[in-house]
Write a protein that binds this ligand. Sequence first.
Ligand SMILES: Cc1cc2nc3c(=O)[nH]c(=O)nc-3n(C[C@H](O)[C@H](O)[C@H](O)COP(=O)(O)OP(=O)(O)OC[C@H]3O[C@@H](n4cnc5c(N)ncnc54)[C@H](O)[C@@H]3O)c2cc1C
Length: 344
Amino acid sequence: MKSDFQFQLKKYNSFNVESISPIVFHPQSYDDLLDLSNKLDRPFYILGEGFNTLFVDEVAPIIIKPHFIGITIDETESTYIIKVAANENWHELVCYCVKRGINGLENLALIPGSVGAAPVQNIGAYGIELSNYCINVSWFEFSSKKLLELNNQACKFAYRESIFKNELKQKGIITEITLELPKCWQANLSYAGLNDLPQDISAIEVMKQVITLRQSKLPDPNKLPNAGSFFKNPSIVRKQWQSLKASYPDMPSYPQKDGRVKIAAGWLIEHVGLKGYQHNGVGIHDKQALVLVNHHNKCGQQILELAQYVQQKVFSVFDLWLEPEVRFVYSDGEQELETNNSIR
Ligand SMILES: Cc1cc2nc3c(=O)[nH]c(=O)nc-3n(C[C@H](O)[C@H](O)[C@H](O)COP(=O)(O)OP(=O)(O)OC[C@H]3O[C@@H](n4cnc5c(N)ncnc54)[C@H](O)[C@@H]3O)c2cc1C
């Protein structure tokens, strides 16, 4: 199996921070995965394209960077069945499908990263989530050395959540996903920014509009390093929402099917006065408060400290604790960002 030693990860994370891994493994076959499962005696991290990853320390753990490539398309009378290997690029997959008249993924255009990472946080945008179309995930389990299949239900998809971020974290590698896209397609224009488009619009036009909207709202990581939305939008019980709404009548909120209410985390950050904030070479984007940016810092520690500062500021004003979307990787592996129990 191809491996790199003392590997600098600066170009492999969208915060563009420096971190050196002692070994990077590049499995690209089942035999490589078998070989790999015998080698994992120290903490490791599975890396896709690094668009949702913050390397906190200057030393990274062992990195596994899978290299599974390939797309196959089958069809039934009413659906397209698309199998995509983990290392294909998500946005290129969306373009590949839409250009062939296979519609459904257009609202998820321009989400950066790999196909293998897409189920991990159930990527979503403009009213669609991966879980709407993902019917199967192929997953290599290190302990049994077997390739297992998880159907949609087994993946436990939820808002920016899945089994892969929880019970199965660090226990195996996603090698391939299967999507099922109905041939009978209807544009999903429910989301703000798409809702004034004509109902008979083509999927290509929807995709173009999504790309235009995203480019106008989010900073390009190649120009200003960032990982997109840093925090999840908190989902709160109705009673808590009512009391917040009484104090902040203009607070945007979105009722959920389960009776809870989702609050825009960007609005909360903006309302504690942090939009455009800068400190120690890192900051909050001046147009989109949910995006933490690295202006010119070499290491991830300052971004971690900024994230904690944002959490504490928001908590002190709104009594809400923001949960990060971004994954935190230390020299001894991935860890959840500590919650400050003394504050909570
Ligand atoms: C500008 C910008 C905009 C964004 N917009 C959105 C958005 O609209 N919606 C959204 O949902 N996200 C968004 N994101 C976040 C990001 O695009 C997604 O999280 C994406 O899935 C990350 O892919 P990646 O390959 O870079 O993942 P990485 O950062 O490399 O990894 C992310 C997680 O997946 C795990 N992982 C990666 N590959 C595998 C594998 N093969 N097997 C098992 N685990 C694996 C990693 O261990 C890690 O836990 C945005 C990010 C940026 C920078």
